[in-house]
Design a protein around this ligand. Structure first.
Ligand code: SAM
Length: 181
């Protein structure tokens, strides 16, 4: 079984977009409890590798290197970059979501801040054919974020898996092939 129902969202997106291939190096941001990492590790096996980061602990998984800490903390980012050993990444996944305060404007701002940091990380580490899948929340800020993605990637696609219907404001963007800077 999978560690969370989030699994079904990634399975559905991967079914359509064929993101995960054997041999890939994948970074999974906001990975706990680890369902996306389970799927990614199985699909990139035997030669690929998954690097999973979360503030919360992730019970170990074969083929997955876990980094525990806050992605907005520079020492944690450094630990992730250390684990990558200077090698590029084929796919960056970010299912990060802030703890919701219930104040919509605060929650949206926090969420876009995480999404922007994830984008900066992706642009720094992706291969020229790489891809970036990121969770966002519909509301003010989404158009500006989409524009950032469009200036950074050759292709940007919205993805709303059926499995995330209940969490109605949640949406994913898939950026493919970072533009040369
Ligand atoms: N994709 C995961 C899975 O398949 O099991 C579920 C991810 S859950 C929706 C969102 C995660 O983002 C939470 O585990 C939370 O701890 C993490 N998160 C939120 N903000 C974070 C941050 N600043 N640094 C690291 N992780 C963060």
């Amino acid at each position: 079984g999978y560690r969370s129902r989030a699994a079904y969202k990634l399975l559905e997106i991967d079914e359509k977009d064929r993101l995960l291939q054997p041999g890939m190096r994948v970074v999974d941001l906001g990975a706990a409890p680890g369902a996306w990492s389970q799927i990614a590790a199985a699909r990139v096996a035997p030669t690929g590798k998954v690097f999973a980061l979360d503030r919360l602990p992730i019970v170990s998984l074969p083929g997955v290197t876990v980094i525990q800490g806050d992605f907005t903390d520079e020492t944690v980012l450094n630990a992730l970059e250390q684990a990558l050993e200077g090698q590029p990444v084929d796919l960056v996944l970010s299912d990060m979501a802030p703890n919701l305060s219930g104040i919509a404007i605060t929650d949206a701002a926090k969420s876009f801040h995480l999404a922007e940091l994830a984008l900066a990380f992706a642009l720094e580490h992706l291969t020229p054919n790489g891809a970036f899948l990121v969770k966002v929340f519909q509301g003010p800020g989404i158009d500006a974020y989409r524009q950032q993605l469009q200036s950074a990637f050759h292709t940007v696609l919205p993805r709303k898996p059926k499995a995330s219907r209940s969490e109605s404001s949640e949406l994913y963007f898939l950026g493919k092939r970072p533009k040369r800077r």
